[in-house]
Design a protein around this ligand. Structure first.
Ligand code: MG
Length: 253
């Protein structure tokens, strides 16, 4: 039989920690974040996993409350803004050091609004971070070039850090917080979890993929090669990941 990296999790689900990106991982990529949905069957699987596993958590680039709404499953711990924000039991908290940067994020979001519109994109103000989306721009490459030239200086002037995601420029406080630190904190807070998996589809998931026992890459046309290389398993899209999770939510034969 082929080696199954998930065998320990199947054998001892109560010692399992299941950590998941949301967009492109649980929810198929949509042309606009507002159109994303976690399929009902996936939510039902997450409910079963919450009852079964030591920890089920989602770690998203969205604002935590937005990610929690999208996932919509009670008992799932939700980390938002790539680790900068945590929702547990309905309460939202900023990670250490975030609060002093909130006004700078707001200023940059306001300042980049007109430029984003000019290139055919839009700004998503997520509180602790902001994203300039160019997926809907008529020429995403030209939009990116213009943002490189005119948005990066605005971001730098406020002391914020930036990086490119998929069809999006993200600006954030210059803190040593990422999905990997978020995953390590979650695991440290859950000593019962001795076997962990993380599934993700983008470069921002790399740190998290490396912080768990079993990293799973969710492949789409846009999945960066580095994500596939960092993972122990590769699945073909959110539907295949949903099947894999469903297999963990039932007793193995
Ligand atoms: Mg994703």
């Amino acid at each position: 039989m082929a080696f199954d990296p998930l065998a320990p999790l199947r054998a001892h689900p109560g010692a399992g920690a299941i950590l998941l990106d949301v967009d492109g991982t649980l929810a198929p990529i949509a042309p606009h974040p507002d159109l994303s949905e976690v399929p009902a069957a996936t939510r039902a699987t997450l409910e079963r996993l919450v009852a079964r596993c030591a920890l089920v958590a989602c770690v998203s680039g969205r604002a935590a409350a937005d990610a929690a709404r999208l996932v919509g499953v009670e008992g799932v711990v939700v980390v938002g803004n790539h680790g900068l924000e945590l929702v547990r039991g309905g309460e939202t908290a900023w990670a250490d050091g975030v609060e002093p940067w909130l006004s700078a994020v707001r200023r940059v979001a306001d300042e980049l609004g007109p430029l984003a519109v000019e290139v055919g994109g839009w700004v998503e103000d997520k509180g602790a971070t902001l994203t300039v989306h160019v997926r809907e721009a008529p020429d995403p490459d030209a939009a990116r070039a213009l943002l490189e030239e005119r948005a990066l200086p605005v971001i730098a002037a406020q002391g914020l850090a930036w990086r490119w995601g998929r069809m999006a420029l993200e600006a954030r406080p210059p803190l040593d917080v990422d999905k990997g630190t978020a995953v390590r904190d979650l695991l440290a807070g859950c000593p019962a979890a001795t076997c962990s998996l993380y599934a993700g589809d983008d470069l921002t998931d790399l740190d998290a993929l490396r912080a768990v026992d079993v990293g799973i890459a969710v492949r789409s046309d846009e999945t960066p090669p580095a994500v596939l290389e960092a993972a122990a398993l590769v699945v073909e899209g959110p539907a295949a990941l949903a099947d894999l999770l469903a297999g963990l939510a039932v007793d193995s034969a």
